[in-house]
Write a protein that binds this ligand. Structure first.
Ligand code: HEM
Length: 171
């Protein structure tokens, strides 16, 4: 009689693994309103990173391209300039965290432009991972679990807004 028992180990197909990653990212992206303490943590730690902004950007892109070398080809312009664009945008957004409605339109437009640069939904998680890794490198011991959670909340808000706008403009 044929056994109906499942094998002891079930190998997950690449599609299933991708699906699980997607779920994980959606959990992170559940945009939980940030507390005033979290906003303060993000604003204070960002002020500490800004003086080494160029180095932070270099670390960030190095990490990003190591996570997915294929992303490199999306960047056509000078990477130092690009790093400055990124840190300037983060500065504006971080400064507005207590009034997020003031940054929504700019973030939505940024998300739409990113779709035009060839940025895909799956890239957002990689950029988040590279950003958190960079902040940890720059801040050292000051990068406490609370600071990390506050930065993930910030990134989830920014990336979630951009992704939503990119999806809306493509449908
Ligand atoms: C919170 C998330 C992000 C922020 C704040 C951000 C910020 C920016 C800014 C300010 C620019 C300059 C051009 C413009 O204003 O349109 C830019 C360009 C760009 N970003 Fe982002 N970005 C984010 C996420 C991402 C992600 C997930 C990717 C995926 C790899 C990405 C890839 C690019 C590319 C390819 C360009 C164009 C570079 C070029 O033309 O050489 N960005 N980004």
């Amino acid at each position: 009689m044929a056994s109906t028992r499942r094998p002891a180990t079930v190998r997950k197909s690449p599609a299933k693994r991708a699906f699980r990653r997607e779920i994980h990212w959606h959990v992170i992206c559940e945009v939980v309103p940030m507390t005033p303490e979290q906003i303060d943590l993000v604003q204070r730690t960002w002020r500490a990173v800004l003086p080494v902004g160029d180095t932070a950007a270099e670390l960030f892109y190095g990490k990003l391209f190591s996570l997915d070398p294929g992303i490199r080809r999306l960047f056509k312009n000078d990477m130092v300039e690009q790093g400055r664009n990124l840190t300037a945008m983060i500065s504006v957004a971080v400064g507005m965290l207590s009034k997020p409605e003031r940054i929504l339109l700019a973030m939505r437009q940024l998300g739409e432009r990113h779709a035009g640069y060839g940025v895909e939904q799956r890239h957002y998680e990689l950029v988040g991972t590279a950003l958190i890794w960079t902040l940890e490198k720059c801040l050292g011991e000051a990068f406490t679990p609370e600071v990390k959670a506050a930065w993930w909340a910030t990134y989830a808000f920014l990336a979630g807004t951009m992704q939503e706008a990119a999806c809306a403009s493509s449908s």
